[in-house]
Design a binder for this molecule. Sequence first.
Ligand code: TXA
Ligand code: MG
Length: 547
Amino acid sequence: MEASGTRALNLSKEVRSEFMKTRVIRVDPAEPDPRAVEEAAAVIRGGGLVAFPTETVYGLGANALDPEAVAGIFRAKGRPADNPVIVHVSRPEMLEPLVTSVPPSAEKLIFRFWPGPLTLLFPKSPAVPDIVTAGLPRVAIRMPDHPAAHLLIDAAQIPVAAPSANVSGKPSPTSASDVLEDLDGKIDVVLDGGPCEIGVESTVLDLFGNVPRVLRPGGIAKEEIEEALGVSVEVVSTEVHLEGAPPSPGMKYRHYAPNAEMYLLTGRPEEQRDMAVRRAEEILKNGQSVAVLSSSENVPSYLGLKDKFPGLFHVLELGPRSDPAKIASKLFASIRRADKLGVSVILSESFDEAGLGLAIANRLKKASGGKVLAPRPSTSAQPVTVLFVCTGNTCRSPMAEALFKKVWKDRGGTRDMRTFSRGTGALPGMPAASEAQEAMKKRGIDMSGHISMPLLPVDVESSDIIVTMTKAQKDAILARFPKAHGKTFTLSELAGEVIQGDVSDPLGRGREAYEETAALLEKAFESIAPRLLEHPVLRKEDGGKTE
Ligand code: TXA
Ligand code: MG
C-alpha cells in the first residue's frame, strides 16, 4: 500500500461524501422491477456503494473485483482493514474465476444449501483483490437467497463484495431504514426490499481443517451441515475474541453492540424472568430506563413494571421459545429499537442453543459483550436459614414463618430451607395468640406448639437472612447485633410490590386484623419466594460471573 495513493483516495472520497445523497430505490421483494434494480447495478459497475436486501441481513455491496470500490465499503462502515468481506454471487458458475479449487464437500453443500445463508471459504484466485480477504489466502463466498439480491448481482454481471450494511460494531440492519440510520449520506443507494426474513447472518464454514469448522454460526444450522456431510462439525468458540489470533478475523472485534448497557440473563426461563423483574426494578428505582428482550411466554410477567414505571420500562417481544426463526428475525431490530427508545440498560432473555438457536445465542453474547446475569446455582448441600422477627414473637413472626414455609413447599422449592422466628422484646415461653392460631388453622397449619423466644446473638449468627415486620424492629436489631448488618431486611424491603412500610401489629384489633395480616404475609411470600434464593445475601457461591 503506498501511503500517498491511499491519502489521495481518502480526500477525494471525503469531498465526494459531503455531497453524497443516498438514493432509496424501492422494489417489491418477491418480484423486483428489473429496471429499478438495473439502476442499482449500474452504480455497482461504476464503483459505487449499494446496500441491498438478502434473506439474512442487508449487505453493503460494491464491485468485488475493484479494490477501490471495496475500499469504499471499509470507509463507509468504519470497518477495520483486517476484517475480510464476503463475496456474493448469483450463480455457481461465478465461483470459478474467484477460486483455485472447490473441494467435493463444498460441492455437496453448494448443491444442498445455495442459494441460502451458508458462506464457504475457498482458496482465492489472483482475480480477488487482497483487500477483499484482508490479505488472507482464502475468500469467503455465498449465494444469497433473495430475488432482489439475485437480480442485482445478475444485472451487475460482477461478484459483489458485501459485509452487513451497518456501521462497524453496531447490530446488523434488517430493514432499509436500519441501513439509513447508520449510513445515510455515506453510500450511493439503498435498494429497499422490505424486512429480511431470517434476521441473522449466514453461517461461515471453513472446510480446510481436519474437521469442518463453523467460524460464525448463522442461518444454516450446524446440525444441517452435519447431516449433509455425514461428519461432525466443530463450532469455533463463540466467545468474544479479544486477544491472540482468532480463526476468523471478524471474531476479535466487538459486534452488534447497542448504545445501552446490555446483559444476558441465563438459567431456566422462570429464573431469567424473575432476575429480569428484580434487576429492572432496581435500575428503574434508580431513575434509569430499561428494555427487556423477552420470550412471548414471559411478556405478561413484565407488564406490572410497565404500569409502575410508565415510559421508563419497555418490553420488546422476540417470539415464542418454540420458534427460534421468529426470534432470530426480530433480534437485531429489537436491539436497535431499544437504542431508539434511549434506554440505559437492556436485559435480554437467552434461548435454547439447538439449530438456529446457536446463532441467536452467539449474537446475544456478543451484543452484551459477555455480560451475564446468572442465577445462583442451587445446591442441596447448602441449606439456607431464614429468621423472621417481630416484637413479641406471638403473632406476626410465627405466622410469617409458618406461611413462608407453606408457600415455599407449595411452590416446590427444592433447596433445603430452615426457618425460625424470634421477638426483639419477647417474653420466653408464650403460646401464639389464639387469633393467629385460628388464621393459620384456616390454611391447614397447626401453630399450637409454638412458644415465643427472645432474639439472642446466636440466632443472628446462625441465620443467613433476617426478616423483620417493621423498620423499628430492624433498627433495634442492627443497634444490638453487629453481625446482623448486611443481612437484615424489613419485609417491605423484600416485597415492596406487596407491602409498603410496616406490617402492623394486629394485637388488640380483633380477629379480622389477624386474618388481614395473614393474607398480606401470604401474598408477600408468594411474590418473593421465587426470587428469594437469588437475593445477594443468599448467594454464597457465586463463582464470579453471577449477578
Ligand atoms: O449473511 C451474511 O453473511 C451477510 C449478508 C450481507 O450476506 N454478510 C455479512 O458479512 O454478515 P460481514 O462482513 O458482516 O461478516 C462476514 C464474516 C466476518 O466474521 C468475517 O470475518 C468472515 O465472515 N470472513 C469473511 N471473509 C473471510 C475469510 N476470507 N476468512 C475467514 N473469515 C472470513
Ligand atoms: Mg457484520
